[in-house]
Design a protein. Sequence first.
Length: 244
Amino acid sequence: MKKLLFFAIGAAVMSSCTEIKMLQMDVADLQEKVNAMGGDTDGDGVADLYDVDNNTPEGVAVAGNGAALDSDGDGIANYMDEDVFTPKGVRVDSKGMPVDSDMDGVPDGIDMEDNTAMGAMVNFKGQTVGVANGMGGSSALLPSIYFKFNSSSLSTSSYESLTTVARYLNDNQGVSLVIKGYSDPVGSDEYNQALAMRRAKAVKKALNEVFKIKGDRLHTEAVGEKDNLSDDYKINRRVDFAFK
């Protein structure tokens, strides 16, 4: 009987010890959580307990969960993102810049033609509208340069148009242009050929000297009065561009 009583007392003591140990563990866990609630390791204003990133760099704006803000949702936090307005769904590189595999200036995510030939002109959807290196390819999207009667001098508006041409050439370093000079039919064919060439050379000189386009990318050709585009003589006193 004494042995049975001793065993019962021992079991009760062991059970109490186990419960005490478990209680101590619960208290320790609770204390850890309380400490975490009061701590903010990275100083971002979000308690460590709720912070999904306790290593946010100093001064970086964060969301309510402590994650660095990513305004465009491209996976690159704003403080590392070089383009915080990337369209939804567009793939980006490690700097947050839209990936443009064919380098046509249109991001892959909205590019309807992802294998555009190098140097090709494209629309806002990335679709080819003119191939720069095609043999004798016409450059309908580059502006014509117009001249006054019997003149090869460039006007202020001519330089405005040449800015567009120069910008295209700077963006497409592998492209060369043929500068084609035209004239109206007034005068002899010989005179008009010479006038057309002077116009072409005036445009080449401006692109070379004013806009710093290398001369070996610019080729001149005199068409003269042979290919009149209109019955309006003013339209025929011009220079057009073609891809070489």
